[in-house]
Design a protein around this ligand. Structure first.
Ligand code: UDX
Length: 440
């Protein structure tokens, strides 16, 4: 069985390399020749732990190739995975489906043998049924093209692990033959005991957005509570630990801080609201507007806290910003709270030095006017306040003794609640956090 992966961005590149690792011959397809050239040389255009090695290994053995040609893909693949983007549409909350539509239509028209198209992109519920019709209508005479929906749950930073050993797999399949093909594709995971939930198209599409909406809600819940603990002088981490011990709640995704960002959570909750409104059930997910508001409020609150720490004005003050990526182990700055906060501080007059172990280059493309430096030491030297915004290991393990001789004023805002307040204040820092008692 031969596999193609349409779209070689974050999801597609990971899926293609993982499929090669599972023993398939894989062809990755992208309309961007520069991306195809880089991947064909074994170069990964973004940072993801473990993925570069996997890519090089399978490009070298020839099991993994890349092309811009749908013709070539149509002749090659028995299963075509669709992993192209569904960005937020300009001027709206809805997802832009034009890349998915083009990929499905083009591959169905190019297929010269019977095949399965497996959708992976995050799409508005109802898309798979429409795309199944589009695929059938575009297929050549005598070629059977059927569609399944197979959403992706991978997390940046753990993308390879999440693809090779997921905690569950979901398949929207309404045709027994196509389901059987997909069971062969995932034989390795099924043998290892990974649960496979087979359902209709609509439920499969919704599982993905429901999971992301739940995670976003969990984060905004704890962030809302952190507004309360901050007001009364409580400790949000202890509170999260305590409620998290209840197995029904669970401790994961209860880390309060500057809020969620990235290419998925913010966009997906907005797209779900837009889709619910189109379906006439807007009120069903109205609470997601509040989830979004709480999240956006974190950024303004962080800027206000820094301003307060600097005596009421940031103008001309040296601010060290630690982190630009939306989360650690990633160079992704899409909708990053860290970078947004850095840019806001700069826009109200602060002198901002940003250091991120991997995301400086991407951040500089987005906000070229900030000062990007290439070490923690360079960022904090002369700082009147240090602001930790992305919890890279390097920042979690830095010590007050290391920073104290370098900073102009020993004060730190822990935007991710990852430092030990006692330790930092004992070493002479005034410590502030989002949702914890301040120490002076
Ligand atoms: C998310 C989903 O987890 C994944 O299943 C889906 O396929 C894609 O979207 P990802 O965007 O890679 O994955 O990041 P995730 O680890 O979910 O973090 C999202 C954001 O939430 C980050 O900005 C992170 O910093 C933030 N976050 C996460 C918190 O603020 N607190 C937490 O407790 C957890």
């Amino acid at each position: 069985m031969k596999i193609t992966v349409l779209g070689t961005g974050y999801l597609g590149a990971t899926h293609a390399a993982s499929m090669a690792e599972m023993g398939f011959e894989v062809l990755g397809v992208d309309v961007d020749p520069a991306k195809v050239d880089a991947l064909s040389r074994g170069e990964l255009p973004f940072h993801e732990p473990g993925l570069g090695e996997l890519l090089r290994k399978h490009v070298d053995t020839g099991c993994l190739r890349f092309t811009t040609s749908y013709e070539e893909a149509g002749a090659f693949g028995d299963v075509h995975f669709v992993g192209v983007g569904t960005p937020q549409r300009a001027g709206s909350f809805a997802a832009d489906m034009r890349y998915v539509d083009a990929a499905v239509g083009s591959i169905a028209a190019a297929a010269t043998k019977d095949c399965v198209i497996a959708g992976k992109s995050t799409v508005p519920v109802g898309s798979a049924r429409r795309l199944a019709d589009l695929a059938r209508a575009s297929a050549r005479d005598g070629v059977d093209v059927s569609l399944v929906w197979n959403p992706e749950f991978l997390r940046e930073g753990y993308a390879v692990e999440d693809t090779l050993t997921p905690d569950r797999m979901v398949l929207g399949a309404e045709d027994a033959a196509a389901e059987a093909v997909m069971r062969r594709v995932y034989a390795r995971q099924l043998e290892a005991g990974v649960p496979l939930i087979v359902t209709d198209f609509e439920t499969a599409e919704l599982v993905k957005v429901a999971a992301n909406a739940f995670l976003a809600t969990k984060i905004s819940f704890i962030n809302a509570l952190s507004e309360l603990t901050e007001a009364v002088g409580g400790d949000i981490r202890t509170l999260a630990d305590a409620i998290g011990l209840d197995e029904r709640i669970g401790r994961k995704f209860l880390n309060a801080g500057v809020g969620f960002g990235g290419g998925c959570l913010p966009k997906d909750i907005r797209a779900l609201r837009a889709r619910a409104a189109e379906l006439g059930v807007e009120q069903s997910v109205r609470f997601l507007a509040e989830v979004d508001d709480i999240n956006v409020r974190r950024r303004g609150h962080t800027v206000d806290t820094v301003t307060q720490m600097l005596g009421g004005s940031v103008v001309g003050k040296q601010v060290a910003v630690l982190g630009a990526a939306f989360k650690p182990d990633s160079d992704d700055v899409r909708d990053s709270p860290a970078l947004d906060i850095a840019a806001r501080l700069h826009s109200i007059g602060a002198e901002v030095a940003v250091y991120d172990p991997k995301a400086n280059a991407n951040a500089a493309k987005r906000y070229p006017r900030l000062d990007y430096v290439d070490s923690l030491e360079a960022a904090v030297t002369g700082a009147e306040v240090v602001v930790l915004l992305t919890e890279w290991a390097e920042f979690k393990t830095m010590t007050p003794e290391q920073l104290h001789p370098l900073v102009a004023v020993p004060q730190i805002l822990d935007g991710r609640n990852v430092l030990d307040p006692e330790r930092w204040s004992a070493a002479g820092f005034s410590y502030r956090a989002l949702g914890r008692r301040a120490t002076v």
